[in-house]
Design a protein around this ligand. Sequence first.
Ligand code: NDP
Length: 323
Amino acid sequence: MTKAIRIHTNGGPDVLRWEDVPTPEPGAGEVLIQHAAVGLNYIDVYFRTGLYKSALPATIGMEGSGTVRAVGAGVTDLAVGDRVAYAGGPIGAYATERVIAADRLVRLPDAIDFNTGAAMMLQGLTAQYLLRRTFRVQAGQTIVVHAAAGGVGLILCQWAKHLGVSVIGVVSTEEKAELARAHGAEHVVIGHAELPAAVKRITGGAMVPVVYDSVGRDTFATSLDCLAPLGLMVTYGNASGPVPPVDLGTLTAKGSLFVTRPTLATYTAKRADLVAGATELFEAVTSGAVAIRVNQTFPLREAAAAHEALEARKTTGSTVLIP
Ligand code: NDP
């Protein structure tokens, strides 16, 4: 037997249960991993509440690091004892051990410890595709980053600065503003009510070519008002709830804007894209350009407390759960 956090119904953090489950066996093309650390991500909240659907009972979680314990038939490029990490579906990371397809794993460089590995894969691969693929930022540009002191946010701030980009970070408190500044945000705005006016002032009226908005419902309209004509609205999360349907005429009226609603799953669906993204991410981290801030750790069995903190906006940077 092994231990896992499972949900039998959707709801608040109290539906997360620490249970005995049978130790899974790897099938063809799969490996069994013993987790050293599990990453906490906002998407875990969406699966817990039922905003994103899964069959029940379910072990949620999309990210982890650890050691290969067994390999299934046909797995030739991984061996027992290898240090690995992963991000993305299928869910099942909130467990001491799990089985996963070998082609979803990457080897963790020796210079990256397990906690950092579990903290950085999902949020770091997201920052990579957002800045390098969804909209390939260029040195000299100014961009808007919401939730700038969060997990994805602190990585975006540092990586953008490294690329010569000026970040206008949006946060909710003075303490988070300090943190975002310390991680490369050149400008920080507290709250989003005055955001378009601040962007106008900072850019001398030009506005920005791209907004990275993970807050969703509460900030969508405000974010559109920060864009220059032909700008790209990247709405990539629902921390405040999903964005309601949009009247496309709004995009015309605000200057022929573009909108995308991307997800990491699409950007890493091909193994080659996963490996390329991870290679760039590992380089960003091992070179020191991007520091992964594991600002909270919780025992895995106390995942409910971690969810409460995340939803109450009490966390900064990344959080890991230790089995
Ligand atoms: P964060 O650490 O960023 O935590 C969420 C933050 O969102 C909070 O700290 C808070 O920062 C801000 N926030 C604003 N409004 C609310 C609200 N009503 N309730 C709660 N938080 C709010 O989480 P992650 O780094 O894990 O994820 C960030 C976002 O990115 C999430 O929306 C997630 O779904 C999305 N995401 C999307 C991916 C994709 O591929 N599409 C992949 C990875 C993440 P503050 O207090 O400063 O406002």
